[in-house]
Design a protein around this ligand. Structure first.
Ligand SMILES: Nc1ncnc2c1ncn2[C@@H]1O[C@H](COP(=O)(O)OP(=O)(O)OP(=O)(O)O)[C@@H](O)[C@H]1O
Ligand SMILES: [Mg+2]
Length: 166
């Protein structure tokens, strides 16, 4: 699963905020639940990590923490899964789209205001990402069940969100 060629997303505006070490899926669950509790419509979260890093697992727990009991699966074929409830979550996975694709063609911009947009493989739409996003970089370590999770802000809204985590 590990691929040494993978480089997490890097953007001009990003500011490093904090690192969280997840030693097990349970730690990732706690983080996701915490994020799910605090997100609001209009927030956006970019998940950058190699295949199997744990992006979808984190989405699953964010949705759970937001109070929505939908079953989260990888939106590999449909690109976008929408979970609507007390909080709306738009879960995108752009692994299969062409590099540099236009978001207008994909149609996610309409969700930016009215839901929390969570994007797996944001590298694919690097020029059309929502401004002021939490960037989550998930890295493998030598330990199979451990992940190094680094959080970055790209504006004041994402910085505030990260400051509320744990
Ligand atoms: N600490 C951990 N946090 C998250 N996942 C973990 C951890 N330890 C092991 N895992 C395992 O890593 C895998 C993560 O899979 P997941 O589908 O979430 O990856 P992904 O980043 O979404 O990959 P893809 O790019 O293929 O969509 C799961 O099998 C999960 O059980
Ligand atoms: Mg995934």
């Amino acid at each position: 699963m590990e691929n040494n060629n993978f480089k997490p997303i890097t953007t001009d505006k990003e500011t490093f905020e904090k690192t969280i070490i997840s030693n097990s899926i349970k730690d990732t669950k706690n983080l996701g639940i915490c994020i799910g509790n605090i997100i609001k419509d209009g927030d956006s979260i970019l998940l950058s990590g190699d295949l199997g890093a744990g992006k979808t697992e984190l989405v699953r727990y964010i949705v759970e923490g937001s109070g929505n009991d939908s079953f989260v699966r990888s939106p590999t074929f449909v690109l976008i899964n929408n979970y609507s409830g007390e909080k709306n979550i738009t879960h995108c996975d752009f692994y299969r789209i062409d590099l540099g694709a236009e978001v207008e063609e994909i149609g996610i911009e309409e969700y930016y205001e009215n839901s929390t947009v969570i994007i797996e493989w944001p590298e694919k739409i690097i020029n059309n990402l929502p401004s002021d996003s939490v960037i989550v970089k998930i890295l493998f370590t030598e330990n199979e069940d451990q992940r190094k999770i680094m959080l970055y802000s790209t504006g004041s809204k994402s910085k505030k969100l990260i400051n509320k985590i744990k």
